[in-house]
Design a protein around this ligand. Structure first.
Ligand code: UGA
Length: 428
């Protein structure tokens, strides 16, 4: 069986390497020539731990190739995975133009029966549309079965998550096609749930929105903890021990971001609106997330007696550690808001600036000396290990005011206080 993976972002690259690891012939396809050149020479176009080493190892075999030639890939493969992006439209709905283009190419170049597996996160009924788009573009009436197989991997741990999924969801209207896709995962020890197409599509959105809800809930509780003298991390521990609740995604912080939660939550909300069903929960979880940044900027202003003219050093700009992704990162929102309040900003991130040139109103630091020098406040916004393991004692003397605001509750507050820092965490 030959697999084509069309769209080589985080999900596509991981999917291609995953199936190749399990001995399938894989062709990775993308329209970006730079990306294809990089991949062919063993370089990842993204920062994702472990993936580059696996790519280099696998490229030694001819059964893994990367190409821009979608026509040949469609002709050669029997199973076609669609892994292109589905960014947000202005109205919050998912933009399906890339999915549609791929579907039309499949129809145009189809030379035999194919199974098309949609891994991109798409609204309910999209897979049915994909089937229509393929059939409308066909030059000959070949059979095509569309299967939904949503992806649950996280950036930063993409390879581990792909190899150790909690579950595999397969949505299909044709039992035989579902079995073929199921067989692709036979090496994994994970429960496999087969559903209708539309159910699988909704499972993905519901899962992402639920995880975002958990974070927004604990973040709202954190604000209450601030006023009650209660430590939110202990509350999370206490409730997380209840198996019905669970401990994960209850880490209070400056808020959730990234390329998935914001767009998927907004797409789900759009789905409610398009069906004229009022959602009370989704606007609330979005509102808590949006105001979390404002709430902690206010706390910062209170403690520094205003931020106008103060030097604030931001640690971390990625939306979470172990990724170079800054899409919808809360750190960017913080920088923009503090800039509007006339704060003087410095920023350091161990990975992002090595890969991207960002247009932000802040001085980019190369060293920790630069970060701490004459700073009135360190604002930690991404919990990179480098910051957790930093020798904080070695830099305190460089600061004008030794104040730390820990936007990820990642640091050891009591130790920092012993060193002489004023430490303020989220809901601490
Ligand atoms: C998320 C989902 O976790 C994946 O299951 C899904 O496959 C993926 O979206 C997707 O749809 O492609 P990802 O966006 O990579 O994965 O990142 P997460 O690890 O979920 O973190 C999202 C945000 O929530 C980050 O900003 C993170 O810092 C924040 N977060 C996470 C918290 O503030 N607290 C937590 O306890 C957990």
């Amino acid at each position: 069986m030959k697999i084509a993976v069309i769209g080589l972002g985080y999900v596509g690259i991981t999917t291609a390497l995953f199936f190749h690891h399990f001995h399938y012939d894989v062709i990775g396809v993308d329209i970006d020539s730079k990306k294809i050149t990089q991949l062919c020479s063993g370089k990842l176009p993204i920062y994702e731990p472990e993936l580059e080493a696996l790519l280099q190892k696998q490229l030694t075999k001819p059964s893994l190739t990367f190409t821009m030639d979608i026509k040949q890939a469609i002709k050669k493969a029997n199973i076609l995975f669609i892994t292109v992006g589905t960014p947000s439209n202005k109205d919050g709905s998912a933009n399906l133009s890339h999915v549609k283009e791929v579907a039309q190419s499949i129809g145009r170049y189809q030379n035999g029966d194919k199974i098309v597996v949609v891994k991109s996160t798409v609204p309910v009924h999209t897979c049915e549309k994909v089937r229509d788009w393929i059939i409308q573009s066909q030059t000959q009436p070949y059979a095509v079965e569309v299967v939904s197989n949503p992806e649950f991997l996280r950036e930063g741990t993409a390879l581990y998550d792909a190899m150790h999924p909690d579950r595999i969801i397969i949505g299909a209207e044709n039992a035989q096609a579902a079995e073929v896709v199921k067989s692709l995962y036979s090496s994994l020890n994970a429960p496999i749930l087969i559903t209708r197409l539309r159910t699988a599509e909704l499972i993905k959105y519901t899962a992402n929105a639920f995880l975002a809800l958990k974070i927004s809930y604990i973040n709202e509780i954190a604000r209450l903890c601030d006023t009650l003298g209660v430590d939110v991390d202990e509350v999370a521990e206490g409730i997380g021990l209840d198996q019905r609740i669970g401990r994960s995604f209850l880490k209070a912080g400056i808020g959730w971001g990234g390329s998935c939660f914001p767009k998927d939550v907004s797409s789900l909300w759009h789905l409610f609106k398009s069906k004229q069903i009022q959602s009370k929960i989704i606007p609330a979880l979005v509102d808590v997330n949006e105001t979390q940044v404002d709430y902690y900027i206010k706390q910062l202003e209170k403690r520094l007696h205003g931020v106008n003219g103060k030097t604030i050093s931001i640690l971390g700009i990625a939306f979470k550690p172990n990724t170079d992704d800054t899409r919808d990162s809360p750190a960017i929102r913080v920088i923009q808001k503090l800039h509007r309040k006339q704060a003087l900003l410095k920023v350091y991130d161990p990975i992002v600036f090595k890969h991207h040139q960002l247009s932000i109103p802040a001085t980019i630091c190369q060293t920790m000396d630069e970060v701490f020098n004459n700073s009135d406040c360190i604002f930690l916004l991404t919990d990179w290990n480098e910051f957790i393991q930093l020798d904080w004692n070695a830099y305190i003397h460089l600061m004008r005011t030794p104040f730390i605001i820990d936007g990820r509750n990642a640091l050891d507050g009591p130790s920092l206080q012993q060193m002489g820092y004023m430490y303020y965490g989220i809901g601490k």
